[in-house]
Ligand binder design. Structure first.
Ligand code: SAH
Length: 220
């Protein structure tokens, strides 16, 4: 590993260990999720000027008015997605800086990730490439439409908040599939929801108040 990947001082393995202890104190109990977050160099996904804050429990700017989700949210969403068993195909909407993608890809068979902002996805792709994480397919597009070519998905994780769950995402869930998604208006009340699809039915669990950037249509 290069020194940059390994990190020093505030970006070191020890700092990541502290982050993981904090996550566990906050109630994250999936050991595989904690282990992956212990070894994934989150500082590489943020601007160098912010690297020393990469392991704080905070959302940080990643440019283009977007933020990298705080570690607790990444851990919680991943844990909720995986709770009912291992997943093979997972669709992620909102690649952002790619950190959530990196965590997911180390825990599931394959990640299909869609991002509407091309520049962000380009950066994410190069970071994930540097980390040799290869079980990811990328699409620059509007996540409102999901990614029909590879549907159905066992898991869908959305990291921007739409006012309502887009129909195409519900349609692209496999029977038995799980979706974790923040729902609500930007700046207003948003809740994290988990949807489980069964034959002819969708079960909705409303989990916790959250604050995500808005889910926007179109691509740039
Ligand atoms: N998991 C990412 C979160 C980034 S913020 C991270 O930790 O970095 C949410 C991302 O969703 C932003 O990059 C935003 O551009 C993207 N996004 C918002 N609406 C979208 C849509 N309709 N389709 C695809 N991506 C979308």
């Amino acid at each position: 590993m290069t020194p940059q990947v390994q990190g020093i001082g505030m970006t070191s393995q020890r700092t990541r260990g502290r982050m993981v202890s904090r996550l566990s104190d906050q109630g994250i109990s999936n050991l595989a999720v904690l282990e992956v977050m212990r070894k994934t160099p989150r500082h590489l996904f943020v601007d160098e000027a912010l690297a020393s804050r990469a392991y704080d429990d905070a959302a940080l700017p990643i440019g283009y008015n977007q933020t990298i989700s705080q570690p607790y949210i990444v851990a919680k969403m991943t844990e909720l997605l995986l709770e009912k068993g291992p997943l093979n195909k997972v669709l992620e909407i909102g690649t952002g800086c790619g950190y959530q993608t990196a965590v997911l890809a180390q825990l599931v068979g394959k990640v299909y990730t869609v991002e509407r902002l091309l520049s962000l996805q380009r950066n994410a792709r190069s970071h994930l490439y540097d980390l040799l994480i290869k079980n990811i397919s990328y699409m620059h597009g509007d996540g409102t439409l999901g990614w029909a070519d590879y549907a159905p998905y066992d898991g869908i994780l959305v990291s921007a908040a739409p006012p309502e769950i887009p129909d195409m995402l519900l349609e692209q869930m496999a029977i038995g599939g799980v979706m974790v998604i923040p729902v609500g208006v930007a700046g207003g009340k948003q809740t994290l929801q988990r949807i489980t699809r069964s034959v002819g039915d969708y079960k909705v669990e409303t989990l916790a108040p959250v604050s995500f950037v808005p889910f926007l249509s179109g691509k740039e």
